[in-house]
Write a protein that binds this ligand. Structure first.
Ligand code: SAH
Length: 214
């Protein structure tokens, strides 16, 4: 069963009230039913609330307004090739897939890669490629990227990711200690170097090394 017009309206209202105003982002988020990325049965009734929820492997699906704000901050164009670190449920990647040419998404837990791939297949989202890997090294074989989005927090932007951002490209990521409040930042690569700006306080699970064991 797909989501109802009332559930959609409720989600869009929450997004707008938190500052997600970009029409293309709102439209993309109306295309993707978050209920499909939430553990069926357990949290289905809260899938359209503006709240993070637990997913498998002790991870979380981000709050919809954070997905919206990060997508908006990325300023994507339809030609972009995007790298996402931290596939998790696959929801953020699915939203991005509506707005860009190609999404490469990396996750360290096999179970999450398999689950999100199954939802992408069911939805026919053929422009998403999933990878089971430690994403902090990026994907050198597919670099450079027009946009990079990181959905797990590191203390600082990982060096390999900065190097894999093309000149003119944008990266959005949370930085800070994993057990404290983190800051969402935007990094723009210019011909001379990198410009940083701070967006808002956020709370993400930590970016961890190596593959996940479960
Ligand atoms: N974008 C997700 C939310 C991600 S939660 C969504 O829309 O649901 C953060 C995810 O990052 C977790 O699934 C975690 O396993 C993953 N992660 C943490 N460190 C990682 C790393 N080094 N490489 C790849 N994935 C990582």
């Amino acid at each position: 069963m797909s989501w109802t017009p009332e559930q959609k309206m409720r989600l869009v209202f929450a997004l707008r009230s938190k500052g997600v105003t970009d029409k293309r982002v709102l439209t993309a988020m109306e295309q993707i039913d978050r209920g499909l990325f939430v553990q069926q049965g357990l949290f289905s009734d809260r899938a359209y609330d503006d709240t993070p929820l637990p997913i498998a492997c002790g991870q979380t699906i981000s709050q919809p307004s954070i997905v919206g704000l990060m997508t908006q901050a990325l300023q994507v164009t339809p030609r972009d090739k995007v790298l996402e670190l931290g596939t998790g449920s696959g929801y953020q990647a699915a939203v991005l897939s509506q707005l860009v040419r190609r999404v490469y998404t990396v996750e360290r837990f096999k179970r999450l890669v398999d689950q999100s791939q199954a939802v992408f297949d069911a939805l026919g989202l053929t422009n998403i490629t999933t990878f089971l890997a430690d994403g902090s090294h990026g994907l050198p074989d597919h670099a450079p990227f027009d946009r990079i989005i990181v959905t797990a927090a590191a203390e600082d932007p990982p060096g390999p990711l900065l190097a894999q951002l093309r000149i003119g490209g944008i990266m959005v990521l949370p930085v800070g200690q994993s057990d404290a409040v983190q800051t969402l930042i935007r990094v723009r690569r210019t011909a001379e170097g990198y410009d940083y700006d701070e967006l808002c306080p956020v709370r993400f699970v930590p970016l961890l090394e190596g593959l996940g064991r479960e």
